[in-house]
Design a binder for this molecule. Structure first.
Ligand code: ATP
Ligand code: MG
Length: 339
C-alpha cells in the first residue's frame, strides 16, 4: 500500500475503539471485507510481527497499529519490548516499554503513539502554527515548495506532513527544554507517528496527573513555585506550553514532570501568544487555588510576560474564537468595535 492509502487506512482505524478489557469495536467496517491493498498491508504487518513480538497483549488492529508506529524504535534498538498500555486516549495512546540497547541507562521508557484524529480535532491549528516553522520527521524545517504547497492544499500527503510536524514539535521541544533543565521527560527518538521519551512511574503504576492528587499546603507551595520556575524556563527558551493544566503535569515521588507539547507556541512570532500563555497560567493557578493557595493568574501571567520583555496584546485572533460560545462572541464584537 502506498503512503496515501496507509494514511487513509489508519484514518479509518481511528474509528476503532478499544474498551477497558482490550476488546476492539470497529463500528463502521467489517475487517473481513477489506479491499485487497489493505489485506496485503495487514499480511505484511503479520509477517513483520514475526520479528517484533511484544509482551503487551494488544488486540489485533491495535497490534498492527503498534507495529507500524513502533517498528522502527524496535529495529534501531530504542525499545526491546512493549509492556503495557499506560493510557489509551482519543488522540494519542501511551505505552510503557522496555528500553533497548540504544538507551544505555536501560529501564522503562514511554512511547506516545498518535492517532490521525489528533489533527482533525484541532479547531484551527493555524492559530498555534503561526510563528513556528513546520518540521519533518527528522525535526528539520520543511523547506521544499512541494511540501509547503501540499500542506496548504490539505492534500492527504499534506495532512500527513502536518501530522508529523506536530509530533516533531513535541519531540524537539522536549529535547530543548530537557537540555535547559526543565522538568520534562528526556526525548529519545521519534518516528513519523510516535515519540519515545523517559517514563515517569514504576513498573506497576504510571505517575498520576496533578489533577488526581491532593497536596498538603506546604507541598502545594513548593510545587507551585516549581511549575512557575518551569514556565519561566520555557519562556527563556522561547516556548509556551499551550495546553498547560493539572492534567498535563505528572506527579511522582514529590516531583513534577510537565508533558504533552505538540501545540507549543512561540511567544514572539504569534499574535495569540499572550492569550495562550495567560490561559496556561490561569489554569495552573486554578489548580493550586483549589489546593488552598492564593494566586491571581491574570496578574501573574502579565507580570511574567512583561518580565520576559514581551508586550501584552489584548487582541485575540478570531480563529481562536468559537462562534457558538457567547463569551467568545461578545469578545469578538468588542474587538470589532475597537473598544
Ligand atoms: N512520559 C510519561 N510517563 C508516564 N506516563 C505518561 C508519560 N507521558 C504521558 N503519560 C500518560 O499518558 C497520558 C496521555 O499523555 P499526553 O498528555 O502526552 O497525551 P494527550 O495527547 O493529552 O492524550 P489524551 O488525549 O489521551 O489526553 C498522560 O496523562 C499520562 O497519564
Ligand atoms: Mg494530555
Amino acid at each position: 500500500m502506498n503512503t496515501k492509502n496507509t494514511y487513509n487506512f489508519f484514518e479509518e482505524l481511528d474509528n476503532l475503539d478499544i474498551d477497558e478489557q482490550g476488546r476492539e469495536r470497529f463500528p463502521n467496517r467489517n475487517p473481513k471485507k477489506l479491499p485487497k491493498s489493505e489485506q496485503s498491508f495487514l499480511q505484511k504487518q503479520d509477517d513483520s510481527s514475526a520479528s517484533f513480538k511484544f509482551t503487551y497483549k494488544a488486540a489485533r488492529f491495535e497490534e498492527w497499529w503498534l507495529l507500524d508506529s513502533l517498528g522502527d524504535f524496535y529495529e534501531h534498538q530504542w525499545i526491546s519490548d512493549v509492556l503495557r498500555r499506560v493510557k489509551g486516549g482519543k488522540e494519542a495512546s501511551v505505552y510503557q516499554c522496555l528500553a533497548g540497547s540504544a538507551i544505555p541507562a536501560g529501564g522503562l521508557v514511554a512511547a506516545k503513539v498518535y492517532r490521525p484524529r489528533m489533527l482533525r480535532n484541532l479547531k484551527n491549528d493555524s492559530a498555534y502554527r503561526e510563528g513556528r516553522t513546520d518540521l519533518n520527521e527528522d525535526g528539520q524545517s520543511l523547506f521544499k515548495d512541494a511540501d509547503v504547497h501540499a500542506m496548504q492544499k490539505r492534500s492527504s500527503y499534506g495532512e500527513e506532513l502536518r501530522h508529523t510536524s506536530w509530533i516533531a514539535h513535541e519531540f524537539t521541544t522536549l529535547q530543548t527544554l530537557h537540555a535547559v533543565g526543565a522538568d520534562v521527560p528526556a526525548a529519545y527518538a521519534m518516528q513519523k507517528n510516535a515519540i519515545l521519551m523517559g517514563y515517569i512511574g514504576d513498573e506497576l503504576t504510571s505517575a498520576p496527573a496533578l489533577n488526581e492528587v491532593s497536596l498538603a499546603h506546604s507541598e502545594a507551595k513548593i510545587l507551585f513555585e516549581r511549575v512557575l520556575h518551569n514556565i519561566k524556563l520555557f519562556l527563556d527558551a522561547n516556548r509556551i506550553h499551550g495546553d498547560l493544566s493539572a492534567y498535563n503535569i505528572l506527579y511522582w515521588d514529590g516531583n513534577i514532570t510537565l508533558i504533552d507539547f505538540p501545540q507549543v507556541v512561540n511567544p514572539s512570532g504569534n499574535r495569540n501568544a499572550f492569550k495562550v500563555f495567560e490561559r496556561d497560567v490561569i489554569r495552573v493557578c486554578d489548580y493550586f487555588i483549589k489546593q488552598g493557595l492564593k494566586a491571581d493568574g491574570r496578574k501573574l501571567a502579565a507580570d511574567l510576560w512583561q518580565a520576559h520583555g514581551h508586550k501584552v496584546h489584548q487582541e485575540v485572533d478570531v480563529r481562536l474564537l468559537d462562534a457558538e460560545d457567547p463569551q467568545d462572541r461578545a469578545l469578538w464584537k468588542k474587538q470589532k468595535s475597537g473598544r
